[in-house]
Write a protein that binds this ligand. Structure first.
Ligand code: FO1
Length: 309
């Protein structure tokens, strides 16, 4: 079964890792949000692509979920001494990723080709594709004005109240050829438990993606448990945008193309309401902090979908 996982952030990387542990690598592709990307000291930094790549390579920092485990901080210290910005923590090993990606990018290589070269170099057997080769930047519209995503997420710690999102570049951006091919070939598309607004939203906003998903078998894993997000600002954003922070709100957002929705046991009572939307519910343990849990959930989803005749 050919599976494509739509992912962003740490939760998305962990879900992708689960599928990578239980499937033949050639049957899996991970399509990653690039709206969090930004230029840092002149370098192109792609946090969600790197978080997926490091996680699948087994070198991600297990505590934070992002960056490289055991990384050192000499370059950041020196940047600080020069008065450079240090609020976004880039370790020395991570820095090499941005240096080399930017080097290839300035030679005109597409982000998809760059990503493919980096993940193969790290020994990752699974295809990792940026959602687009065209630049898309998430701008968070807050009560304090418009903030580039990392300024909102890291520098301000997601504190400002959110009023909406702008995706700079979306009007010119296209789904990457490799991501389109993966989605067209997918027997199953899994929307990972990522933030529906800023991690999954940009992917769905690309021209043609919604129509493509309507023709595919799609399941989503809820990023909200018991009204809270395990990690990140998804529930806070929902509340600030006037949505009930619940798994049901997420299912409703995806309902036009969703065939199945995976709920955590704490939200078992919501299963009938999901079913009433014409979406099959699966109630299970969706907390996937460690590798065995990730593999278990991925296997459960594959068995569940295989049982749909
Ligand atoms: N998140 C933080 O909260 N603080 C950081 O200093 C930070 C640095 C960082 C460096 C590389 C990278 O790939 C991710 C990093 N992240 C950091 C996470 C980043 O903000 C992502 O956008 C989030 O994971 C949400 O997608």
């Amino acid at each position: 079964m050919q599976v494509s996982v739509l992912a962003g952030g740490v939760g998305g990387a962990r879900m992708a890792d689960g599928f990578a542990r239980v499937m033949p690598p050639e049957d899996l592709a991970v399509i990653v949000n690039t709206g969090d990307d930004f230029e840092w000291h002149g370098l192109l930094v792609c946090p969600d692509l790197d978080t997926v790549m490091y996680t699948l390579a087994g070198i991600a920092n297990p505590q934070t979920g992002w960056g490289i485990v055991g990384d050192t901080w000499r370059a950041l210290e020196m940047l600080g001494r020069y008065g450079g910005e240090t609020w976004f923590w880039i370790g020395d090993g991570d820095l090499a990723t941005h240096v080399y990606r930017t080097f290839l990018w300035r030679q005109g290589m597409r982000l998809s080709e760059i990503t493919d070269r980096l993940r193969r170099a790290l020994g990752v057997p699974v295809a990792i594709w940026p959602m687009s080769d065209d630049p898309v930047r998430t701008i968070v519209d807050t009560e304090e004005g418009r903030l580039p995503f990392q300024e909102y997420f890291v520098r301000r710690g997601c504190a400002p109240r959110v009023r909406g999102f702008i995706w700079e570049g979306m009007e010119r951006a296209q789904l990457s050829p490799e991501a389109r091919a993966a989605l067209e070939a997918a027997d199953l598309v899994v929307i990972a438990p990522s933030n529906p607004y800023v991690s999954i939203g940009p992917i769905l906003a690309l021209p043609g993606v919604l129509e493509l998903l309507e023709r595919r078998r799609v399941v989503a894993v809820s990023p909200i448990l018991g009204g809270y997000a395990l990690k990140g600002p998804a529930a806070k954003m929902m509340a600030e945008l006037g949505e009930v922070p619940s798994a049901l709100s997420v299912a409703r957002r995806y309902r036009d193309f969703l065939d199945g929705f995976v709920l955590d046991r704490v939200d078992a009572a919501l299963a009938p309401a999901v079913e009433a939307m014409g979406i099959r519910p699966l109630v299970t343990d969706t907390v996937i902090l460690d590798p065995p849990a990730r593999a278990r959930l991925a296997e459960e989803i594959l068995q569940w979908v295989a049982s749909w005749v």
